[in-house]
Design a binder for this molecule. Structure first.
Ligand code: ZN
Length: 376
């Protein structure tokens, strides 16, 4: 058996204790008090658990981020581990979705996306140093705002990624597969201004913003294309004030995803140029692409091939796939830094009530991350 797998299996109960502590500290993206509390917990954890030097990076608009470093940098670019510690779950979710381990499956809010990935990452660093005896420059960035588009941590992620040789993203896997490509994501808010009038007394005098929006919704949804992989979803719509008033205003929130960068730019142009049907109605568009797509470059393909061979030596088959969701890995890949994403937990139910991870996979995934840090 691989000595790392042996090490992690021997320490599996302690890894699960850590996972419980991580999950039982709720960290909704918008609750600064809870996030800051967890950032201090994490900075304290990282030092004894893995021998790192932890720094809390204060953030005004979101929870504080945590940056942990190992080794002396003397000119060698560090390897970077990346993961977010915020979750989509509001405070109090634990009461209805408590942490638990049963039948080889661990459950709890944020366990799959992505607290298990963080725990595996810290244990992988520990094993790298204690079992393999490797001391090399490493950076582990845990940010607090990924689930809301990383508005505050973006600059920090980019700064650290540009210094790094390779970025290993500990986001959850795709049924065990790594994510060698990710769709880019755009978010838009569309507002239509019409003209109000009495629906019965003056039907010709009004311009219905609701009718205009209805046309735009059909146009937008029509850009979804199974061949290119582009999807457009109008997820939220509102408009009008009363049943007998021709609506003066309507608005919609739109999610756009594309596989390739040129298509992302094209869709951005299409949406920015949306036109109303009625010549006197006005359309206003706000927003843009939040995450660029992560395309499967040659560098990423090479990295995956390396990881696949390491996994085979450890004793499992590693696959790759395209993720429909973006991550901070997209930001790093867009800078031209080699990225391997989806190295975290095996499980399912991200953002869903059946969120879970497979306990038996934890030693294998942690071993893969450690071997990557050893060999890259
Ligand atoms: Zn995530």
């Amino acid at each position: 058996m691989d000595p790392l797998v042996k090490f992690f299996r021997e320490h599996q109960d302690r890894m699960l204790d850590d996972l419980r502590a991580f999950v039982e500290w709720e960290t909704p993206s918008t609750d600064k008090d809870l996030l800051d509390g967890f950032s201090r917990f994490l900075a304290d954890y990282a030092v004894p658990a893995a021998g790192g030097r932890a720094e809390i990076v204060p953030a005004a608009g979101s929870g504080d981020h945590v940056l942990v470093r190992w080794g002396e940098e003397d000119g060698t670019p560090p390897l970077m581990l990346l993961g977010h510690y915020d979750t989509v779950w509001p405070a109090g979710t634990l009461k209805v979705m408590p942490f638990g381990v049963e039948g080889g499956v661990a459950t709890g809010p944020g366990i799959f996306d992505m607290k298990c990935g963080l725990v595996q990452g810290f244990w992988a660093v520990r094993a790298l140093r204690e079992v393999l005896g490797v001391d090399r420059p490493l950076t582990f960035l845990c940010n607090s705002d990924e689930e809301i588009g990383s508005p505050d941590s973006r600059a920090l992620i980019e700064r650290e990624a540009l210094r790094a040789a390779t970025v290993l993203v500990l986001e959850p896997s795709l049924g065990g597969a790594l994510k060698t490509a990710r769709k880019g994501v755009g978010r838009y808010k569309i507002r239509v201004a019409g003209r109000p009038s009495h629906a019965g007394l003056d039907p010709e005098g009004g311009i219905s913003a609701v009718e205009e929006m209805a046309r735009l919704i059909l146009e937008l949804q029509g850009y979804t294309n199974a061949e290119t992989g582009t999807t457009v979803n109008v997820g939220v719509v509102s408009g009008g004030t009363r049943y007998n008033v021709i609506a003066a205003e309507a608005s919609a929130e739109v999610d756009v995803r594309t596989v390739a960068r040129p298509e992302a730019d094209r869709m951005d142009e299409v949406i920015s140029d949306l036109q109303a049907h009625h010549p006197k109605a006005k359309v206003e568009v706000e927003g843009g692409m939040i995450w660029p797509p992560m395309e499967r470059t040659e560098k990423i393909a090479e990295l995956f091939d390396h990881a696949r061979r390491l996994a085979a030596d450890i004793g499992f088959e590693l696959k790759e796939g395209l993720a429909g969701g973006a991550s901070d890995g997209c930001l790093c890949a867009d800078l031209g830094v080699p990225v391997l994403d989806g190295l975290g937990a095996v499980g399912g139910g991200a953002h869903a009530t059946d969120e879970h991870v497979e306990v038996a996979s934890i030693p294998l995934r942690a071993a893969l991350v450690a071997r990557l840090m050893e060999t890259l």
